[in-house]
Design a protein around this ligand. Sequence first.
Ligand code: SF4
Ligand code: SF4
Length: 195
Amino acid sequence: MTELATTAQAKELHARFYHDVMSMPGGEKIRICQQCGTCTGSCPTSYLMDYGPREVIAAFRAGMIDRVVKSNTIWLCTSCYYCTVRCPAGIKITDLMYELKRLAIKYDLLPEDSKNPALTKYFVNSVHKHGRNHEVELMGKFMLTKDPGLAFKFAGLGMKLFMAGRLPPLAKNIKGRDELTKMAAYLEAEEAKAQ
Ligand code: SF4
Ligand code: SF4
């Protein structure tokens, strides 16, 4: 993990986050958060997060978004969208979490003690490669690099899923995978231009 963000890096993260959020449809609503806490109260994993969803907005307002980017918060968001549907101000908190994840990966600000960033990276790689996630490839890479003990722990479950045809050993690419690759490349190029 990168050391504590320098002041310059913290400012850059804040500016990047602000720019990207304002580019989202409805992103400007982040300004009208009333700090009611409905999002945190609704979030199934907030009790494990360094900063709950309400505090993410408060940290952004205080110019401390760099702390959130480096915290475990974004890696514990399960993308359930409960905060988003319940927010009285219509703030798309789940999308903010995705933006923070993108920033953390881009700036290599990943928590040392968390395995979730690696899981996200392998998932994205698998989708890039096949157009969909391939569970065997994803879990194989994850276990080999992050937690070999998991292979023994979940061997029984893996075998049951395999026997039930729920865990195909070979990846199958989706139709139109090349088009998906082109779309992803286009979006990445557009993002690079905007920076
Ligand atoms: S529910 Fe919406 S308005 Fe309330 S604290 Fe969360 S983001 Fe802010
Ligand atoms: S989308 Fe993420 S932050 Fe929102 S309630 Fe679900 S887990 Fe919590």
